[in-house]
Design a protein around this ligand. Structure first.
Ligand code: ZN
Length: 271
């Protein structure tokens, strides 16, 4: 009945109306069957995508002072230009990395929910916190490139959590979103537990820039987006290939970051 009435009002494009109605019809029972739950503890909350009052203080947002290269927080303000031991010992191929939160507790549950539980509704919220941590990066970037999944993994999971975050960041910032600029051509093993040289070998030649995408990144400042910065091996490999293909500069923005000295066996690279 509704379909007929709406079609009568807008005969120009009846398919759009039918699609719209079908979507509304799908969303309505979904809200009833799956009321919004806290991304941290799964208790019911009044609005989708928010944390409950108990979980919100448990989200450890990263704050300044931090290393200007790695974005890892310092306990004390060391003054302008002071770099972390990590940035000095192992200079990255990207210019700057920033992350919104420490990868533990609630932040970790949000990452898992986005990745495995189809909580794509979390992406805009997570992107909002990323935009806060990466204000300077977003202000200077020309385009956003998400860390890609291998097509087999994408086929199985149906979406790429990094692309969801990148898309939300692009929508919020108005920056160009280039989800096809880097392609993952090799399935890689989990990174945690591997030695440094094994990690590098693992991701070597895992990424490619397709010939058609070179023109989009050449001479540009690219912002690479991923859900978690774990060992850094993945974003290092992506930054290297982007630079080899002509990107002027590469920055990295993730939702969460495993802080140095805080590795745990189950915190695997998101590949
Ligand atoms: Zn909660």
């Amino acid at each position: 009945m509704l379909v007929v009435l709406t079609m009568g009002n807008h005969v120009a494009d009846p398919m759009a109306d039918i699609k719209g109605l079908a979507q509304a019809a799908l969303q309505w029972p979904a809200r009833i069957l799956f009321p919004p739950v806290c991304a941290g503890c799964r208790r019911q909350v009044s609005q989708p995508g928010v944390l409950c009052g108990d979980c919100w203080p448990k989200l450890q947002l990263l704050e300044r002072p931090w290393c200007p290269v790695m974005g890892t927080p310092f306990t004390y303000d060391m003054g302008e230009g002071f770099l972390s031991a990590e940035a000095i010992a192992d200079p990255p191929p990207f210019e700057r990395a920033r992350a919104a939160a420490a990868y533990s507790g609630v932040a970790r549950q949000m990452v898992q929910a986005l990745k495995y539980s189809d909580r794509t509704d979390l992406a805009p919220w997570m992107a909002g916190w990323m935009a806060r941590a990466g204000t300077e990066l977003l202000a200077e970037a020309d385009a956003i490139v998400p860390v890609p999944l291998h097509w087999k993994r994408f086929f199985r999971r149906q979406f790429n959590q990094s692309a969801e975050l990148g898309r939300a960041l692009a929508a919020q910032s108005g920056l160009r979103f280039l989800p096809q600029a880097v392609r993952r051509v090799k399935m890689t093993r989990r990174q945690v537990g591997l030695e440094r040289h094994e990690r590098e070998e693992n991701v070597r030649s895992a990424f490619q820039v397709p010939p058609g995408a070179e023109i989009e990144i050449a001479g540009r400042r690219v912002l690479v987006v991923d859900d978690v910065y774990t060992t850094g091996a993945t974003v290092r490999a992506v930054a290297k290939i982007l630079k080899r293909k002509g990107a002027n500069a590469v920055d990295v923005l993730t939702f969460a970051r495993v802080l140095p000295g805080d590795f745990r066996a189950d915190e695997s690279e998101t590949i």
